[in-house]
Design a protein around this ligand. Structure first.
Ligand code: ADP
Ligand code: NI
Length: 207
């Protein structure tokens, strides 16, 4: 479904509102992440269809009230509703976007409500940003921010970035909803595995 010129204008407005709100959030989980999710979501939508306006809105708003930046309380759906109401977007559309924003996180994967096609696209796009070269950088950035080492040879009682690859990131490919998403995930996971192999080889070589 193509967007109307009015919808395109609304997307530009929402984009600048989200950009302003996320300004203070560090790289890896700020507006740069949102822009990459939007780009991937557009790509997936071009292959599998779905309402592009809803896909773009949910991509832009999916982390607007991330719990990490709001005392542990996830407020994205609440902020999404506020922003879209101010722009006088149709109530059905606002509710659809809020439902997506509320249900795509990895944390919720076991008790999330069923996702619509648009929700599946945005979830895949968000997960893709945890993979590949970007996924590696984000994992390292997370470690730097939360004082978590990337690798501790021989240590088993402390979580590392390398553990995160295994605990979460290498599981994402199998959780992708769309074929387009799965193909992109496969490619990105392959690159991460190559990186990890090289990294571990280099580490062992110097021990
Ligand atoms: P999003 O909400 O965009 O899906 P998260 O907030 O879960 O992403 O995580 C942001 C980034 O930090 C991701 O790239 C993720 O892989 C990384 N990350 C999350 N938890 C950890 C962890 N325990 N160790 C290392 N990296 C992490
Ligand atoms: Ni995200």
């Amino acid at each position: 479904m193509m967007m109307t010129p009015e919808q395109t204008q609304l997307i530009i407005k929402v984009e600048s509102i989200v950009q302003a709100r996320l300004e203070h959030q560090g790289a890896g989980h700020g507006f740069d992440h949102v822009q990459r999710v939007l780009k991937s979501a557009r790509l997936i939508q071009s292959s599998v269809g779905g309402d592009l306006f809803v896909v773009e809105l949910a991509s832009l708003l999916h982390d607007v009230g991330d719990a990490k930046f709001h005392e542990g309380v996830e407020r994205s759906a609440e902020f999404s509703n506020q922003i879209l109401e101010q722009l006088q977007i149709e109530p059905d559309c606002i509710a659809h976007v809020a439902k997506i924003v509320d249900n795509i996180s990895f944390r919720k994967r076991d008790h999330a409500e069923n996702l619509t096609l648009e929700g599946k696209i945005v979830q895949d796009a968000d997960r893709l940003d945890a993979l590949g070269a970007i996924g590696i950088v984000r994992t390292i950035e997370f470690g730097a921010a939360f004082d978590q080492p990337f690798y501790l040879p021989g240590v088993t009682d402390q979580k590392t970035g390398v553990d995160h690859f295994h605990d979460k990131l290498f599981k994402l490919r199998g959780l992708m909803n769309t074929t387009a998403g799965k193909n992109l995930a496969e490619n990105r996971e392959h690159f991460m595995r190559t990186f990890l192999q090289q990294y571990l080889t280099e580490c062992d070589a110097t021990e």
